[in-house]
Design a protein around this ligand. Sequence first.
Ligand code: KG4
Ligand code: ZN
Length: 358
Amino acid sequence: MKKKLTFLGIETSCDETAASVVQENSDGTAKVLSNVISSQIKEHKKFGGVVPEIAARSHVENIDFIIKRALDKSRKKIKDLDGVASTTGPGLVVCLHVGYNIGKSIATFGKISFVPINHLEGHALSPSIENKISFPYLLLLVSGGHSQYIIVRGLNNYKQIGTTIDDAVGEAFDKTAKILNLGYPGGPCVEKFSKLGNKNSFVLPQPIINRGGCNMSFAGLKTDVLRKSKNIKSDQDKYNLAASFQETINKILRKKTEIAMLEFRQKTSNNSTSPFVVAGGVAANETIRKNLKDLSKKMNFKPIFPSKEFCGDNAAMIAWAGIQRYKKKLFNKKSEIVRSRWPLDSKAPFLKGPGLKL
Ligand code: KG4
Ligand code: ZN
């Protein structure tokens, strides 16, 4: 019988210290033997956002313990592994170095392969941990730093068709939570308090909704939340504004996803039911899941969302991406560079900054 590959994954790109042991299944999905995540919410809460030096110190303090726990839980030893995969970008460089250094050291001393992984590729492939998905598929990646529509033609074959020209969706959630003083981390707090509000009470802007293809913009929306927050008088007003913000995000995502789906059909000449994969921390939002599931039905796409434990940052998605790159020999020493910026589609235009015309 063919040996099933087993990898240790390590993730330290931002404020989660995570390690996981993953084994491939014969049907193209993965068996997650352990998935250990230590969140630094408490450390960053008082600052209302991630402080890089504090995050890096916390990774250093925790990483060896987290890796040991992931190995113990999986009942595997380093000698049982085929390789180690660490996130090497994009993210906070001081944080990425922690995961890279320990991953590389374990691989070197264990005489096994080391595979550097793009964090965005980890998210992009995360739904295939639990679902057998065939290429090509349309991906909406929505996290704290990225909002992108990508045609995934295969491993290492990504075509970006839309992106945000300013803030990421997760960033808009985080800033809205901060403006309204709803708590940290922002996204889940906005979702929670929106349940207490009326989503139709405030009319908020939907920037570039009728232009720019499936590119997106959220900065103007956030600024309007700030403006309107100055006139709110009660907690109920606050919940109404949060709910209206979330509803506006849903309207923007629905319209832009519809455009992306049409573009996907055109570019892939595929008219049968195609997979539509939503990944990243924001994919955990129930209202967004429902909204995009409804749209997929209308547009003849099969919606696929990762389980919530694989939406936010985790190391199982990094180990899983490592296994896939290892199988296709898509890794080498030269790519072992820790980088703050690392687009999935290297040919995609950079759509931020002044003078941009859409
Ligand atoms: O993928 P992720 O864990 O980290 C990055 O790679 O950025 O995404 C984190 C982002 C944060 O902005 C967080 O507020 C957002 O995902 N998020 C949510 C929800 N859960 C996490 N946004 C909206 N609703 C949620 N339930
Ligand atoms: Zn992420």
